[in-house]
Ligand binder design. Structure first.
Ligand code: 13P
Ligand code: SF4
Length: 411
């Protein structure tokens, strides 16, 4: 569990787009982040005041505050961040690259993380104790990470123990999980993975329990789709080697013999953004855009990934478009901020969004320019706001799991 020292104010959001690359519209939906929810992955409250979004000087204020902070601050930006925010990032990246970048900045007193809460927690774990990691809006959580709570994970382990398979099981958690769950994997000899290293992480995990041809197992949390896609498409396991553990059902909804027969025990979690792409979207775009290459993130369902032409992390998607032949057509299945940016930075390509009705990641989008200005100006005034701190014991064991990930071969 992590805590936060203080929090910012009013909330902002975006609404689902109705097509193409439209601008986000104001929305009334914003209970998220108001009040306190310590059971959730973020567990924060958001009182206080922010600069008005209509302030025409916001960008200038952000520039001035950023310049005043100099090397004492380092700003990280995930690829799903808004344009208005990502322009102030010193480094942009996927969750794996940003974890590495955070670990490589010992001189910065403040690491300002423009991303979501589990990423900021990982940065806190990987940075020195005197470095302070700040998340401009503490309500920027992740609905997938919130689908696995540490108590449920402990219970699942007890279920595996009762079935007699826990000692042959290695827990692997996706980066998109709380620090407490990363710590759990560290305590049980497992590792963390991201979408760019899941294949290597799973191979390593199976090697700990007799290899991919033995009877060892992986408990994969919390994204069932990344787990299944990696196991089946990259490790060559069969779909029927994967079972889904539902934390809301007694025994996970699985009988002991099903656990015994399984190779991959997949947590029943998913991304609410990527989970909305469908195989029908793929068929439609192929019909609409002849010769299109469909490229999707591995958080999409197995059906979508198998219907697509290519699959990879956000960093992989960016590299693929950077290397694409001018004039080629692409349909991208990932978060809309990134796809719109790719379309803009690659005018020589014909870039489509895989499903025109899918929304932005609303929690990533909570980091907006008013929150960034408020954060940077507070730091200039000597006030550390919205600090994300992981408690010492969890930080120790989560670091064991994260270091294991960073040491995986070939990364
Ligand atoms: P990446 O690992 O590709 O950065 O993805 C993180 C994420 O949250 C995708 O939804
Ligand atoms: Fe979480 Fe999905 Fe948003 Fe990524 S896109 S931060 S997995 S909700």
């Amino acid at each position: 569990m992590s805590t936060a020292t203080s929090a910012s104010g009013a909330a902002t959001s975006t609404t689902p787009t109705t097509g193409g690359f439209e601008e986000p519209a104001p929305s009334a939906l914003l209970l998220l982040g108001q009040g306190r929810d310590l059971a959730s992955e973020r567990g924060v409250e958001c009182p206080g005041a922010l600069p008005a979004p209509s302030d025409p000087d916001l960008a200038e204020r952000a520039r001035a505050a950023r310049a005043a902070l100099g090397d004492s601050a380092f700003v990280l930006g995930h690829h799903y961040q808004r344009d208005e925010v990502i322009q102030f990032a010193d480094v942009t990246g996927d969750s794996f690259k940003l974890a590495r970048e955070a670990a490589a900045r010992p001189a910065a007193e403040h690491v300002v993380f423009c991303g979501v809460h589990f990423m900021a927690e990982s940065a806190d774990i990987l940075t020195a104790p005197d470095q302070k990691v700040v998340l401009p809006d503490l309500a920027a959580g992740c609905s997938m990470a919130d689908m696995a709570a540490i108590d449920q994970v402990e219970e699942a382990w007890a279920v595996l123990s009762d079935a007699g398979v826990a000692e042959r099981t290695v827990p692997v958690t996706y980066m998109n999980s709380s620090a407490a769950i990363k710590a759990f994997t560290g305590r049980h000899g497992g590792t963390v993975c991201t979408s760019s290293n899941a294949q290597v992480a799973l191979r390593w995990a199976f090697d700990q329990v007799g290899g991919e041809d033995g009877d060892g197992k992986v408990l994969f949390m919390p994204d069932q789709h990344l787990g299944r896609n990696t196991a089946v498409l990259q490790l060559g396991l069969r779909p029927e080697d994967c079972v889904v553990y539902d934390p809301r059902r007694p025994g996970g909804g699985l009988a002991p013999h099903e656990l015994e027969a399984a190779r991959m025990v997949l947590w029943r979690g998913h991304c609410s953004v990527h989970g909305r792409f469908s195989a029908r979207n793929v068929a439609e775009v192929r019909e609409r855009v002849p010769g299109v290459t469909v490229l999707v993130h591995p958080e999409c369902t197995h059906e979508v990934v198998t219907a697509a032409d290519m699959v990879g992390s956000t960093e992989y998607i960016i590299r693929a478009l950077d290397a694409a032949a001018p004039g080629s057509s692409w349909a991208i299945g990932t978060e809309l901020n990134l796809v719109r940016r790719l379309a803009r930075t690659h005018p020589e390509l014909d870039v489509h969004y895989l499903d025109s009705t899918v929304c932005f990641c609303s929690t990533m989008n909570r980091i907006d320019l008013p929150h960034l200005v408020w954060t940077l100006e507070s730091l200039v005034q000597g006030r550390t706001v919205n600090r994300v701190v992981v408690d010492a014991d969890d930080a120790h064991w989560a670091r064991v799991a994260l270091d294991q990930m960073l040491a995986l071969p070939g990364l």
